[in-house]
Design a protein. Sequence first.
Length: 170
Amino acid sequence: MAEPTPETLNRVLWKIPNVLCLIGSRSGDEWNGMTQSWVTQVAMEPVLVAISVDASAVTNRLIREGGSFSINLWDREDTRPFVKFSKPAIKDGMTLNDRAVREGVTGAPIFEEAVAYLECTVWQTIECGSHDVFLGEVVDAGFQTDDDDPEVARMEDTRMKYGGVKRGGH
């Protein structure tokens, strides 16, 4: 059997359903928000979630230094913020890229417009080639909307593609 082409790998891997969210990170006075699609729960006791972050990303460094991160789930009807957070964010007062944030229990930024959030302390870091997997123990979570069962954004709601094999741009 022949090995799959990069194009086939991309097409197949892009079929894996992924949430689209913003990751909040902080180290001291440096705060960031980053668009993220590689998020999943990996354990129930303790409750652990995993995110995979490019090893060269500002967010990776801030999570390593700060020891925590937030996962901010966004309304499925509003995917506009994700494009602005594909590069390091600009902090102005208590905003990142003009989106209001508050300090979570770990110090990681929580986006006020997120419909729901998880806040995690780093439980373990696993180096995985181009990316690092951060296993985070959930220390806080909640809904920030009157709807306690909101539809959250998914990669399929946008024209964005992330994953597969390395190509120009990532």
